[in-house]
Design a binder for this molecule. Structure first.
Ligand code: 5GP
Ligand code: MG
Length: 210
């Protein structure tokens, strides 16, 4: 049974079985993915609700500025950023710009290779930067990105949708959900290129991972 959550004003701690809103039915894995996915961990309703909470936190975190440049880490952070930035523009006082950075450390495997490759980014010199990333695991990727961007941006903060809670070496200003140490997909996150389009966060079956 999924745990019912109703407070999305701060980081939500997600238990092993997953979470849903009281108004949502008990979530199930879609039939076509039944052999690959173990369970739904975070429903769409919970993602939407927490993004509204995050937008408030971000507005407070950037209290004395009126414009931020959102730098989205591709590809995983894409869906999260698309929703978050629209909520920021709709509900906060912040004016937003959008930019992308690409960084790859996993390839087709489920563990981090440790080395990070970085691609392209437009000029962010002197800007108030919000780095938007899908997930922190060991923190290696984020640390590399932060070191690269921090020296360029003026006011620099980081927002991550999911945190596996082991990355104590890296500082994250805004965290959506703290999740158990399982490999997740959906809502932009993939395993070997799959599951990005799912509207919820799902747990991929252990047998599938290499
Ligand atoms: P780290 O460098 O913190 O170990 O790994 C961070 C990167 O690995 C993230 O940006 C993300 O792309 C990927 N990653 C870490 N854990 C997961 C996971 O559970 N699922 C997916 N799809 N990607 C993950
Ligand atoms: Mg990533």
């Amino acid at each position: 049974m999924h745990k019912i959550v109703d407070d999305f004003s701060k980081t939500v701690v997600v238990p092993e079985q997953g979470i849903r809103l009281a108004s949502e039915p008990e979530p199930k894995v879609r039939e076509k993915y039944i052999n690959e996915l173990d369970r739904v961990l975070i429903t769409k309703g919970c993602l939407d609700a927490r993004i509204k909470g995050l937008a408030k936190e971000i507005e407070q975190g950037f209290a004395d500025v009126d414009e931020i440049t959102c730098v989205v880490v591709l590809k995983g952070g894409m869906f999260f950023a698309a929703d978050l930035i629209r909520v920021l523009d709709e509900r906060s006082k912040l004016r937003t710009r959008l930019d992308f950075i690409r960084c790859s450390s996993y390839g087709d495997r489920s563990y981090s290779s440790g080395s990070v490759q970085m691609y392209q980014l437009d000029a962010i010199d002197g800007k108030n930067v919000l780095l938007i990333e899908d997930i922190v695991d060991t923190g290696g990727t984020l640390k590399t990105l932060q070191n690269y961007l921090r020296e360029k941006g003026k006011n620099f903060k980081t927002c991550v949708l999911l945190d596996k809670g082991i990355a104590s070496s890296v500082k994250v200003d805004f965290i959506g959900f703290r999740i158990p140490r399982v490999f997740v997909g959906g809502y932009g996150l993939d395993y070997a290129g799959m599951y990005r389009g799912l509207p919820e966060i799902v747990v991929i079956k252990k047998e599938l991972l290499k």
